[in-house]
Design a protein around this ligand. Structure first.
Ligand SMILES: *Cc1c(COP(=O)(O)O)cnc(C)c1O
Length: 365
């Protein structure tokens, strides 16, 4: 069986370095904050080219912290993609703001400024683009649209560690750029983790304060904050894994190129990556109305696949009370048609070839 994602394999490749990092953090006696967290924050800020990086407990908290730190809440509208992981939506709901879901153009997976512009109203406060599947959005276009309308841009960058647009890394275009270090992400911890990167020093300081009980000086609380901090053991792990991120992303790109070339003639909708961006292929997604049958046949051939995502946010029970029951046909159709093939950096070349053969055979190729 070819597993969809073998996290154990990723651990074993770096086992001695990771074990050493975990031991160092364990022996430090500093179990909240401290040198390991500071060190990773500095490394990651420098890697993505941002002035500040503030660690958080996970990606969802980091999204909520960014929204709160920008004072977005009740009566504010926030533009989100209809086709995304539900965390993007949950963060907006958590601060009491109104979700304004926007569909990508048919056949595309991420939002463009053209998709977003018609949805801006006098109540819009922020745009939350999602760099889905490791494919960066046209962040320059979106930021310039936001500037014209005096809106914040909060990027959901949970799937795009290391990607670039016109040669510049994702990490400092928007007002706040939000990261998840969930184990399966391109840069994943051995547990939960998250962060916000930003060039805005005041914003970084407020996020750090909100993430730490609303406190800057112990036992003195300026605001009603939460407790959501990056764990020092996870920070130590992430500092090790960051060194390998580019190399691992390159392996993902190599596999994606091989898939793109091998599937080009098939009746499959492939992701079209614009020339000026470098995608980091968090997922390799194909689309076909025969999705369920293709998945069954691949499972029989010993290939594990996943669906990102089987139920779109607007059709989740969690949003059964969505005041406007909006029709979102693109997101609805994608949930029935998308299929993610294995693309981890540790996927062996013969497994890649086996997957290609099985997919081509399915379509009689
Ligand atoms: C993983 C993910 C998140 C949430 O991250 P957690 O660390 O799991 O809370 C948010 N948005 C997107 C698009 C994600 O893929």
């Amino acid at each position: 069986m070819i597993p969809f994602l073998d996290l154990k394999a990723a651990y074993h490749v770096l086992a001695s370095e990771l074990d050493e990092a975990v031991l160092r953090a364990s022996r430090s006696g500093q179990y909240i904050g401290g040198a390991e967290v500071k060190n990773f924050e500095a490394l990651y800020a420098s890697y993505v080219g941002a002035k500040n990086c503030v660690g958080a407990g996970n990606g969802l908290d980091a999204l909520i912290l960014a929204l709160r730190a920008l004072d977005i809440g009740t009566n504010d509208e926030v533009i989100v993609p209809s086709h995304t992981y539900i965390a993007t939506w949950l963060a907006v709901s958590a601060v009491g703001a109104t979700l304004v879901p926007v569909e990508p153009a048919s056949g595309r997976y991420v939002l463009d400024s053209f998709d977003i512009a018609p949805h801006i109203t006098s109540r819009t406060r922020a745009i939350m683009p999602v760099h889905l599947y490791g494919i960066p959005v046209d962040i320059e276009g979106i930021c310039s649209l936001a500037r014209q309308h005096n809106l914040y841009v909060i990027e959901d960058a949970a799937q795009v560690h290391g990607a670039t647009v016109n040669g510049r890394k994702i990490g400092s275009h928007g007002d706040a750029v939000v990261w998840s270090f969930y184990p399966g992400k391109n840069l994943g911890a051995l547990g939960d983790g998250g962060a916000v990167t930003t060039n805005n020093d005041d914003l970084a300081q407020r996020i750090r304060m909100l993430a730490n009980y609303g406190s800057e000086v112990k036992y003195y609380n300026l605001e009603r904050g939460i407790n959501s901090r990056l764990d020092p053991i996870q920070a130590a792990v992430l500092s090790v894994k960051l060194k390998y991120l580019d190399q691992w992303n390159m392996r993902r790109q190599e596999i994606a190129q091989r898939y793109q070339a091998a599937f080009a003639g098939l009746p499959l909708d492939l992701i079209d990556v614009p020339q000026h961006v470098s995608a980091v292929w968090h997922q390799y997604v194909v689309r076909t109305p025969k999705r369920d049958d293709l998945q069954t046949k691949l499972t029989r051939a010993g290939i594990e696949t996943l669906i990102h995502y089987p139920v779109p946010p607007h059709l989740q029970q969690a949003y059964a009370d969505l005041n406007v029951r909006i029709a979102l046909p693109v997101a609805t159709r994608y949930a029935k048609e998308v299929l993610s093939l294995p693309i981890s950096p540790h996927l062996a070349t013969d497994s890649v070839e086996k997957i290609i053969t099985a997919v081509r055979r399915y379509f009689g190729g």
